[in-house]
Design a protein around this ligand. Structure first.
Ligand SMILES: Cc1cc2nc3c(=O)[nH]c(=O)nc-3n(C[C@H](O)[C@H](O)[C@H](O)COP(=O)(O)O)c2cc1C
Length: 144
């Protein structure tokens, strides 16, 4: 059974909710999922040992949150080449963060990405629950 780590950066809790729903989707489809706040990921060992990684941040002032930027440098050190990856985030209008995270995971970390980042205005509105759980399903399916 594959193991996924979902790491979120969230100020008001929406991106955290999305992280939890993605985790549910992964578990429903037969893989293991752990969900962590980016502030708890401090060293290479905190990131090591998973088969899939799903990183998410809310967008503030056109950017991902600082904690996620710092963690992506740690992920580069950890070496996640070829691991399954996805990204997500809550946003208000422009939503730059999930796409930036996705591009970094693909181009710098050389991960095997599912199709596209998951961007939601709210975890609980407009089919957000199904979309987030569905994204978890895509991750679990890629794990095989
Ligand atoms: C001060 C401030 C700046 C924001 N800047 C952006 C922005 O540049 N682009 C965007 O799409 N949303 C922006 N938002 C909206 C947040 O991304 C949105 O509220 C999101 O749901 C917050 O996610 P969180 O609950 O995980 O922190 C901003 C919100 C605040 C309060």
């Amino acid at each position: 059974m594959g193991k996924a780590l979902i790491v979120y950066a969230s100020r008001a809790g929406e991106t955290k909710k999305i992280a939890e729903l993605i985790g549910e989707g992964i578990r429903i489809h037969g893989a293991e999922a752990s969900v962590a706040n980016v502030s708890d990921i401090k060293k290479v060992e905190d990131l090591s040992g998973f088969d899939a990684y799903v990183f998410g941040s809310a967008t503030y002032h056109g950017e991902m949150m600082q904690g996620m930027k710092t963690m992506l440098f740690l992920a580069e050190k950890t070496g996640l080449d070829g691991k399954v990856g996805g990204s997500f985030g809550a946003y208000g209008w422009s939503g730059e963060a999930p796409g930036r995270i996705f591009d970094t995971m693909k181009n710098v970390l050389k991960m095997d990405m599912v199709s596209g980042p998951l961007m939601l205005k709210s975890a609980l509105l407009g089919g957000g629950i199904e979309m987030a759980q569905g994204y978890g399903k895509d991750i679990a399916k890629k794990l095989g």
